[in-house]
Design a protein around this ligand. Sequence first.
Ligand SMILES: Cc1ncc(C[n+]2csc(CCOP(=O)(O)OP(=O)(O)O)c2C)c(N)n1
Ligand SMILES: [Mg+2]
Length: 422
Amino acid sequence: MTEQRRSAAPAGREPLHLHVPEPSGRPGHHTDFSYLQTSPAGAVPRPPIDVSPADTGDLARALVRVLADDGRALGPWNPQLEPGRLRQGLAAMLKTRAFDARMLVAQRQKKTSFYMQSLGEEAIGTGQAFALEPGDMCFPTYRQQSLLLARDDISMVEMMCQLFSNQRDPMKGRQLPVMYSYKRAGFFTISGNLATQFIQAVGWAMASAIKRDTRIASGWIGDGATAEADFHTALTFAHVYRAPVILNVVNNQWAISTFQAIAGGEATTFAGRGVGSGIASLRVDGNDFLAVYAASHWAAERARSNLGPTLIEWVTYRAGAHSTSDDPSKYRPKDDWANFPLGDPIARLEAHLIAIGEWSEARHDALRKEIEAQVAAAQKEAETFGTLVDGHIPDPASMFEDVYETMPAHLVAQRAQLLSGR
Ligand SMILES: Cc1ncc(C[n+]2csc(CCOP(=O)(O)OP(=O)(O)O)c2C)c(N)n1
Ligand SMILES: [Mg+2]
């Protein structure tokens, strides 16, 4: 037992104490999700894009939702996407889920050293990828692989070669396996230092405006990472200069084993931080593909029209482990995801497409199988270039490459020395 501190309070006065937020569920006990404030689908108004940031206070507390429990799309945020586009969104989410599932197994087989899934969060990157334009730049975390997988600019084979640390790893072993870097696909090199994405995104957006360019930036951060000072610094710069940027806060309820309340989500919302900084802010159902697309599009239009930044808190649930090094059964109930009030983003879009007569369970099963076969084929091809388990790692001499445009003499000499010592 820890020693109780003796109270220094004078007689008759209650001693001071701190509030330490606790999650409402722990292993062996069900989570009480009543802490999660939601709004009915279609209930939240959609203001014009030139709304005053101060007038978004209600939007930062409510929850923008389009998809109702019965699959109908309701209200002013319904983006009225064509059924074909909705099916593309569904396919992209299925692709992300299948990719994650395979790479998780590959990590257990030691083909890659480390993996991070986005299970349950697939709608967020997918919906935003659909709302951005070529040339816009995302500053993602390790959980936005759906931004890449939703667009076909980068092949799954290439991504897997990085995961397998093989000779075709485009990062040549200089990054963690999951930390991709694709300038040509608007996917800035993932930074492992949490929250740096926000200052980088705001800086890039400011540079775009200074150059009188038309491209916008999209920064990504988790609920836990908002506790970093960089988050607040980024908000100040974005607000002051009205930077053309979307500031995405993915509130998946957990930061490894730390509940989002510890980062400050208990008595207020993360979207509320934006309003307090003078930034138009929305709190949105991140498991609702239609709401994600609509809110992302609204924010992108604001940025493109010189109306400044938008902060969007995406409410979702991290259904899998934090990473392959984590065991969530140690700190939260196993069945949390099944009870999460906002459900599964794939099942919800599937239900919507069925409700509007544009889909069926049979077509869904067939598409899922087709996508799983595509992912399996990509893995087979990537493995022909090696995996971590068979030692096909990049040549150590490659460490001298890509550092200088023209290799200086001392590095040429060192490289020659390394090669001659073989
Ligand atoms: C500055 C910094 N502090 C700590 C870490 C270690 N770390 C990596 S991921 C993580 C949790 C992040 O949680 P959150 O921001 O909610 O994102 P999520 O993993 O839930 O997507 C921590 C603490 C880090 N990478 N960088
Ligand atoms: Mg989190």
